[in-house]
Design a protein. Structure first.
Length: 74
């Protein structure tokens, strides 16, 4: 993606060389609304965060931090 999508047209299909608005076509459907959290009610954010949190702790405990450090170090 070279740009963000909008709330009016939040999805694009990208095949790596070009992107087309919508959800149909060959490629990966991408939603890249840059201010999406601001569009969701607080309750939705709380519910999503509560459902995601157990998985975050599992990822931390899995030792994948070593791999993350390899990815972010130049």
């Amino acid at each position: 993606m070279t740009r963000c999508t909008s709330m009016d047209s939040p999805f694009e299909v990208s095949d790596g060389t070009k992107s087309e608005p919508g959800i149909m076509g060959g490629g990966v459907v991408v939603c890249s609304v840059d201010n999406l959290p601001a569009q969701l009610p607080r309750e939705a954010t709380d519910i999503f965060g509560n459902q995601l949190l157990p998985y975050v702790w599992e990822m931390v405990r899995s030792g994948s931090g070593v791999m993350v450090q390899r990815l972010i170090r130049p």
